[in-house]
Design a protein around this ligand. Sequence first.
Ligand code: XLS
Ligand code: CA
Ligand code: CA
Length: 435
Amino acid sequence: MAYFPNVDKIKYEGTKTENPFAFRHYDPDEVIEGKTMKEHLRFAVAWWHTLTQDGSDPFGAPTNIRTWITDDPMQTSKNRVEAGFEFFEKLGVEYFCFHDVDIAPEGDSLEEFLANLDEITDLIKEKMDQTGIKLLWNTANMFTNPRFVHGAASSSNADVFAYSAAQVKKGLEISKKLGGKNYVFWGGREGYESLLNTDLPLEQDNIARFFHMAVDYAKEIKHDVQFLIEPKPLEPSKHQYDYDAATTMAFLQKYDLTDYFKLNLEANHATLAGHTFEHEITVARSYNALGSLDANQGDVLLGWDTDEFPTNIYDTTLAMYQVLENGGIAPGGINFDAKVRRSSFEMEDLFLAHIAGMDTFARGLKAAAKLKEDGFFTKELDRRYASYKTGIGKAIIDGKENLSSLADYALEHDQIKNQSNHLELLKSRLNDYLV
Ligand code: XLS
Ligand code: CA
Ligand code: CA
């Protein structure tokens, strides 16, 4: 049975098309900088938003029409596998991502949950083998169930630490079974509500202990997977430990984890941290830790994680520029951690939303490639930092100066002349690339 009988395989038709079920900019086979768009972008569909999310919000009941829902949770999960692969194939996306609870019901005990996961991942594996569609990453949901009220690895209750370990152990086994490329940790409840009753050093030490156990277990089962941490400053916790890229890198360095972990950066989480997406990507790149991207956008007027589909070309251009400069993002990818608005409740909206996101990233990629080809940013940086190419600047970079030698230099050169940035001109010229 088809879940999307009215939608055929989505094709690239260019900007002249009137067909809403067509790509206008994303041409998977178009070659840019020696690689196809498909290879550059490595798009993934997020199981939770596309197959599980129901359109409810804190004030309203579900709105989404989803024909895979039945009264039997296990049957619903099986239907979602069927619907999911039909969707991925028709959309032409090669990867998907999930939390354990997205794919199988938790049942009444951990044992039942693990058995459900085995049954569903057998089905998923079958579909993957048939279609060639791959797992970008999976993760354990250690934030929804009430047992995580005080956190998971950072919980004050050691039994919760143990339960979380069981979930991650299973998650890594599933990752191996399905040939997952990456494994994500997002610590939604790994934070605190109040410092009045929080032993912050103990909680952080425990999270590090937990990550080392995961690294050890992956080695034990011989699963060569890239671990990723996804920073987010707040929501649901008041303060989350993996606040942003820089904070997370400090944590990884402190606990000797940089060899195993990179970052999965989400656009909306960057905004919540008071950063731009490209800031977070640039910081990660400065540590050689750009792992993967969660593609979405927030709403500038709202202070929470709205997880909208990305439609802002400015943002995707600057993000894709960083990805190109990084030499690509594999084994990571671009995961649409984005949900249709509550008012876009039809099944077909899932296609329209992903097409919008894919086209927006394709435009970003094309603009970024052109910016790179023209040396738009490199020329500007060369101009701006020219004083470090020769003379005293080069001597500083070469480690030939000290405070005394520089003080002597400054006495001779104290009439300082700075150059204007002409920043408005730069921004206006950048706009010419956003077509
Ligand atoms: C929530 C996060 C979450 C992670 C995976 O804000 O984005 O969905 O991506 O747990
Ligand atoms: Ca995310
Ligand atoms: Ca999010």
